[in-house]
Ligand binder design. Structure first.
Ligand code: SF4
Length: 210
């Protein structure tokens, strides 16, 4: 589906622990967008949800959040906030709702200080950020990070400056990396003070990640 206007309301009442007290985050998951234009070669989102980034109407997202009887939320978007104007409107309208939430997004979120500030005021506690590789040769092959206007250290400084905990995700096995990538990744993890890391190894990066 291309147009996300008027998506059916999730039947959270059918889930176990329907009072949102279960341990799975599904009860508190909210989707604001689908698709991703970056087509990272290790990721299936472009094939499964499309390469066109589409957003739900802000008022529909706000209404869904208001219907969830929990102070905590999890945005299930694969790349939250790629449409910055819509994201700023959403986060502005979330401020009075006083929720606390987690999400996943791209490093490029840190390019926009106004956006980060609104995320903090809207209740963001932490983000999964796909750094993917610290090596320049690989970065030039990964669309989402090859034209970044901010380096990884400054991005971490800005994320932490807003109080966000960061789960940094990395992939090894790109065609353009060399064996120094392990030491260099560890250095960034330590010096950048990442809070949690996820390390994934690819056997055949052009087709799949195991
Ligand atoms: S930016 Fe994220 S969601 Fe988009 S294709 Fe790359 S890994 Fe997938």
């Amino acid at each position: 589906m291309t147009d996300l206007k008027g998506l059916p309301k999730p039947r959270r009442d059918l889930l176990p622990g329907s009072q949102y007290q279960g341990h799975t985050p599904i009860h508190i998951g909210v989707e604001t967008s689908r698709g991703c234009p970056y087509d990272c070669e290790f990721c299936c989102i472009g094939q499964t949800l499309g390469q066109q980034y589409r957003v739900r109407p802000v008022q529909e997202v706000i209404a869904e959040i208001e219907s969830i009887d929990s102070p905590h939320l999890l945005f299930t978007d694969d790349a939250l906030g790629l449409n910055r104007n819509v994201a700023k409107k959403l986060f502005s309208e979330m401020i009075p709702l006083r929720r606390r939430w987690l999400a996943q997004g791209t490093v490029s979120l840190a390019e926009d200080l106004e956006l980060l500030r609104l995320m903090e005021r809207a209740g963001c506690l932490g983000l999964l950020i796909g750094f993917e590789s610290v090596q320049k040769g690989t970065q030039n092959e990964v669309n989402k990070i090859k034209n970044l206007k901010i380096d990884f250290y400054e991005a971490m400084h800005r994320f932490h400056g807003e109080g966000f905990g960061i789960l940094g995700s990395f992939v090894f096995g790109f065609d353009y990396e060399n064996k120094d990538v392990f030491e260099q990744t560890l250095e960034f993890i330590m010096r950048g003070r990442l809070d949690v890391v996820q390390l994934r190894f690819s056997l055949l990066i052009r087709n799949t990640v195991i």
